[in-house]
Design a protein around this ligand. Structure first.
Ligand SMILES: [Zn+2]
Length: 246
């Protein structure tokens, strides 16, 4: 079942405060009356958690260890021209519907949908000792799912060309906070985010590229991957990355 990972209570509030905040079933009624609902970033977090992030951002920013994954829909501009705004909206919805549960099931949150790319974070606010592994497994599931539901995706948008996804993953220290004035939500910044985004741009259709920092966490699973050198836009130093088998 698609929704089997959804909990009755908020995972964030339980982990941070050891307080059960119910967000589903009749137990959630008193909380809903107080305006507490499931978060759009993750169905197992609540709007109370989101306001805790808001408090974090008022204290400028905090540094966290996190894994960032970018998954991007390929040929977006060409696709838009072929199917128009309605078709592209249906395609983006279908893309989101396929990607989101793969991320949520592994306790990642979707920080943003930036045009045609999904930015997800692992290890915040739900802590995971194996966040690189979880991000990689989410990436593999997204690629497999995209291949498996290819005809549905194309039918949703009215497309006659393949729908493909490129994925980039990086891990390290990032800053969480409010940056700029345009966004109400918190966001994540730092070289971890930039490198994951640039690497996603270098990934071939259907491919998952991970940095050598990320690879060091999962090398025991894939001991013989060949390192590749990438010269990424806006990065002075070449980046070593690995292509994870899907
Ligand atoms: Zn919560």
């Amino acid at each position: 079942m698609m929704d089997d990972f959804k909990k009755v209570y908020c995972r964030g509030c339980w982990q941070q405060m050891k307080v059960p905040i119910f967000i589903r079933t009749p137990l959630s009624v008193p909380f809903r009356l107080m305006g507490i609902r499931p978060s759009r970033m993750h169905p197992n977090l609540c709007t109370l958690c989101e306001s805790m992030f808001t408090r974090v951002k008022k204290n400028k920013q905090i540094d966290i260890q996190a894994t960032v994954m970018f998954a991007d829909l390929r040929g977006y501009t060409a696709l838009s021209e072929q199917v128009g705004p309605d078709g592209i909206a249906r395609l983006l919805n279908a893309f989101y519907d396929e990607c989101a549960p793969a991320i949520w099931r592994r306790d990642g949150i979707i920080n943003k949908m930036i045009g045609d790319a999904v930015l997800s974070i692992f290890n915040f606010p739900i802590e995971q000792h194996d966040h690189v592994h979880q991000a990689m497994m989410a990436g593999i599931e997204i690629q497999r799912k995209c291949a498996a539901v290819q005809s549905e995706l194309r039918a949703a948008a009215g497309l006659d060309v393949p729908v493909q996804i490129g994925i980039g993953i990086h891990t390290g220290t990032a800053a969480i906070g409010e940056f700029g004035t345009a966004y109400k939500d918190f966001t994540i910044i730092g070289s971890v985010v930039n490198k994951a985004a640039r690497l996603q741009g270098a990934a071939a259709n259907g491919e998952i590229l991970i940095t050598e920092e990320a690879y060091s966490h999962i090398e025991h699973m894939y001991p013989h991957l060949e390192p590749r050198t990438y010269h990424l836009k806006g990065m002075e130093q070449p980046v070593i990355a690995y292509s994870v088998p899907v």
